[in-house]
Design a protein around this ligand. Structure first.
Ligand code: NAD
Length: 356
């Protein structure tokens, strides 16, 4: 793939390669779009099969961050960093400080955070060299409870759209995965007096925790979670679980959960859900609570303000569902329209010159 053609086609601004001789740090930062603000996206460390695979992953993830931030109403653009390496051997203080220096060299056009195989502890080392890093210990904290809160409000919006009422108490739920986000989601649903909740999990520790804390929440085997006769199916485990095999099994009227990239193929499986009359709450809109939370670190962090902004996922999803209906497109496509509209509108607002 010719990178310049790809950048032109999808509107990328910058691809930055870096290599640090002392630590062996190798990576790439992609800045997709900074119309709304600095590009923010985590740093992923992965042993990619090839350099081409790594750069393509980074390009794809950076673009996803642009839409996620735009749809979340944040003044952020989309970016991402991938590091090429084996997480079991390369990580140490010097390695992440070297990364911090590259982040600093972009002078605020890009802000990083933790992602797959990088932790808040690693980001502390990054922070020794740059302030352009979020998700630090002692600041916005664990993003999962607030991500789950956003999913909870997104589920309420989905109920409102389908049934005309967002009341949780006479509805039934199936939650796939109760590690972090799924666990907190179940807590919110229990608190809102959900009529019935089923869950599935593959980690015995989390199964035991749920059984102990919520004996009325019923465990089912992983393969049975899709076909349950419930109102809402909430995928909170892996990506690509909405596919040719699983969608025909789903009886729920709503699919709304935290899982990133839940649709195996955005267009095909988004359309399959639409054709089956199942409302899909687009992942990058409903699971934006964690991003909204770290965004608030950029000013002085205020938990209440972050929660307040996360609650807005409710209205945002209702708008997106309306666009989908009006345009007769999938909700996933409508979410992209929503995000692009915001970017274009704000770019227009900023087109007149103001002396700074
Ligand atoms: P997690 O690892 O804490 O929880 C996922 C759970 O799913 C694990 O406990 C795992 O055992 C379980 N699981 C895996 N495969 C399963 C299967 N086939 N059946 C049943 N259970 C299974 O992860 P998390 O942080 O809760 O994230 C879940 C999803 O939400 C991921 O796709 C993640 O990218 C996305 N997400 C998370 C956040 C966040 O703030 N944590 C934010 C945005 C998106």
């Amino acid at each position: 793939m010719n990178k310049f053609d790809y950048m032109e086609k999808h509107g990328y601004e910058q691809i930055v390669y870096f290599y640090d001789r002392t630590t062996g740090l190798k990576g790439v930062t992609v800045i997709h779009n900074t119309t709304l603000g600095p590009a923010l996206g985590g740093t992923r460390l992965w042993n990619y099969a090839s350099e081409e695979d790594a750069v393509m992953d980074c390009l794809r993830l950076a673009r996803g961050m642009t839409y996620k931030a735009a749809a979340a109403g944040l003044n952020l653009g989309g970016g991402k960093t991938v590091l090429f390496g084996d997480a079991n051997t390369v990580k140490n203080e010097a390695y992440f400080r070297a990364l911090g220096r590259y982040v600093q060299s972009l002078n605020g056009r890009y802000i990083t955070a933790e992602d797959v195989n990088t932790s808040t502890k690693d980001m502390e080392f990054v922070h020794m060299e740059t302030n352009y890093v979020v998700g630090l210990e002692g600041k916005s904290g664990n993003p999962s409870p607030i991500t789950a809160l956003g999913v909870f409000h997104g589920i309420r919006a989905s109920l409102k759209h389908v049934f005309g009422s967002d009341d949780i108490s006479n509805r039934t739920f199936a939650v796939q995965g109760t590690g972090q986000t799924g666990y907190y989601l179940v807590n919110y649903l229990v608190e809102a007096k959900a009529k019935k909740i089923y869950f599935t999990e593959i980690n015995q520790k989390y199964i035991d925790r749920m059984k102990k804390e919520h004996p009325d929440v019923t465990f089912v085997k992983p393969e049975l979670i899709f076909g349950l006769d419930v109102d809402v199916f909430a995928p909170c485990a892996l990506g690509a679980i909405l596919n040719d095999e699983t969608i025909p099994q789903i009886k729920a009227k709503i699919v709304a959960g935290s899982a990133n990239n839940a649709l195996a193929d955005e267009e095909k499986h988004g359309q399959m859900l639409k054709d089956a009359d199942i409302l899909y709450a687009p992942d990058f809109v409903i699971n934006a609570g964690g991003l909204i939370n770290v965004y608030h670190e950029l000013s002085s962090y205020n938990r209440e303000a972050a929660i307040h902004d996360t609650e807005k996922i409710y209205d945002r999803l209702l708008d997106i569902f309306q666009i989908a209906e009006k345009e007769n497109i999938t909700t996933h496509a409508a979410a992209k329209v929503f995000a692009k509209n915001r970017i274009e509108t704000i770019a227009g607002v900023r087109s007149n010159y103001i002396k700074r």
